[in-house]
Design a protein around this ligand. Structure first.
Ligand SMILES: *Cc1c(COP(=O)(O)O)cnc(C)c1O
Ligand SMILES: [Zn+2]
Length: 419
């Protein structure tokens, strides 16, 4: 495993382009970023990362949202609907109840299409334009398809999405549909959808915008930059821990990359790197299994099930980037039950924050780790909530209270209220 917080800024290869290049995390092979379409290494099929000739410092950024961080991204501007700059809510009651020094909720559901996927798409779709492709595709548990459809339309490109039939929340399909994606429902789970769309991309049918695409993770890296800047401003220190739901582990990889780059420029001392803490649903927890068994590779789970459909994933493609991130930051991974997820969804709702089930996994995981003593009471913690409540109206309605039928007159309503 070649990824490390202690890695020096690498020397740019001859084929760096616009101040950036692609590098294989397994064999170190380098590629010009925009010369050809590729998603993995030509030599060894390893995952690729974007590297920069000059990395900016945290104090260099100006503006608002994802493109505030343009100097840390492969392009100067993107196909944008003003994504990023999401709220970092205080939750005093929940903070007290969980029992930590500070708890903040980074609500990524407040992005334009209601999930953090927008941050990746604003960059990924811009790169697709740069490459001159006209058809974009993804496999999705829902939110990636909503974001791809919206950003693809905005960029004037055709979009194709492959979804596991019957396993995508209603709000997400509605978004993909109205934004004009061609929606293919596959009789299989997310992992089979991804296998198929990777084949389509390899045959040149479409440009792949799953998180296997290294450019998408660059956009998602800005979540980490926003959290670190805000904690520094509010507490004079970076967070001790960032807790997030894990599906394909793209965000985990993206946050780890943000940390590595800040360490390289000298903005983040090694001892201050936040502990990356991943949470999965018990019915889809291959990353947790790998962390618990101290395994080098993640075993693919063929059967996965959870009501947190956004993280119903058995083969996390970014595991080779995310496992070293969790381990090297002294973080961990934990599995939570669907009941714990729904309880956490209610906890957040009581603080006025509406999230979809997968997002609530972060709070459920934090609670569990605090109860186990892995998280201590002196920690300052940021929990990532990845998607908005309205993404999955059925889950929200099931977790909340039922509407009560009343007669069509005030007396009748009063009678009902006083019953
Ligand atoms: C995509 C998604 C996830 C999983 O994120 P990864 O980066 O694949 O680990 C979690 N929650 C929501 C709501 C999502 O849309
Ligand atoms: Zn390689």
């Amino acid at each position: 495993m070649s990824l490390s917080l202690a890695a020096e800024q690498p020397a740019p290869p001859v084929d760096a382009e616009d101040g950036a290049w692609l590098e294989c995390i397994e064999c170190g092979e380098t590629f010009a970023p925009f010369a050809d379409i590729r998603y993995t290494c030509d030599e060894c099929d390893g995952l690729l990362e974007v590297r920069y000739v000059d990395l900016p410092s945290l104090d260099d950024f100006e503006g608002r949202g994802v493109w505030r961080y343009a100097d840390a991204l492969p392009l100067d501007s993107g196909v944008t609907t003003q994504e990023g700059a999401t709220p970092l809510y205080e939750v005093p009651r929940l903070e007290n109840d969980v029992g930590v020094e500070a708890l903040r909720i980074k609500h990524e559901g407040m992005n334009p299409t209601g999930s953090f996927k927008d941050r990746g798409m604003t960059v990924g779709v811009a790169v697709a334009k740069e490459l001159g492709v006209d058809r974009l595709a993804c496999a999705s548990t829902g939110n990636t398809s909503a974001a791809l459809a919206a950003y693809g339309s905005r960029g004037g490109m055709e979009t194709l999405v492959l979804l596991p039939a019957g396993k995508v929340a209603a709000g997400k399909i509605a978004q993909a549909s109205l934004h004009g994606a061609r929606i293919l429902e596959v009789d299989g789970n997310f992992d089979s959808c991804l296998d198929i769309v990777q084949e389509l991309a390899a045959r040149g049918e479409a440009y792949l915008l799953n998180s296997l695409n290294p450019f998408r993770l660059e956009g998602q890296k800005t979540i980490g930059l926003e959290i670190l800047e805000a904690f520094r401003d509010d507490y004079g220190a970076f967070p001790d821990r960032i807790v997030l739901p894990v599906g394909n582990a793209g965000n985990t990889s993206a946050l780890y990359k943000a940390f590595r780059e800040l360490v390289q420029v000298g903005d983040l001392p090694l001892e201050d790197v936040p502990k990356l803490t991943g949470v999965q649903a018990a019915g889809a927890a291959p990353m947790v299994e790998a962390i618990e068994n101290d395994a080098d590779e993640v075993r693919r789970w063929d059967d996965v099930e959870t009501r947190a459909t956004a993280i119903r994933i058995g083969n996390p493609v970014n595991a080779p980037k995310a496992l070293p991130g969790i381990r090297e930051t002294d973080g961990t991974a934990v599995a939570v039950s669907d009941e714990e997820i729904t309880d956490a969804q209610r906890d957040l709702a009581e603080e006025g924050i509406g999230v979809e089930p997968a997002s609530a996994a972060s709070i459920a995981g934090l609670r569990k780790l605090r109860a186990d003593g892995v998280v201590t009471d002196d920690e300052r913690v940021a929990c990532l909530t990845t998607g908005h409540l309205l993404k999955d109206p059925d889950a929200a309605a099931a977790a909340g209270s039922d509407p009560q039928p009343v007669p069509n007159d005030t007396e009748g309503v009063l009678e009902h209220l006083h019953e």
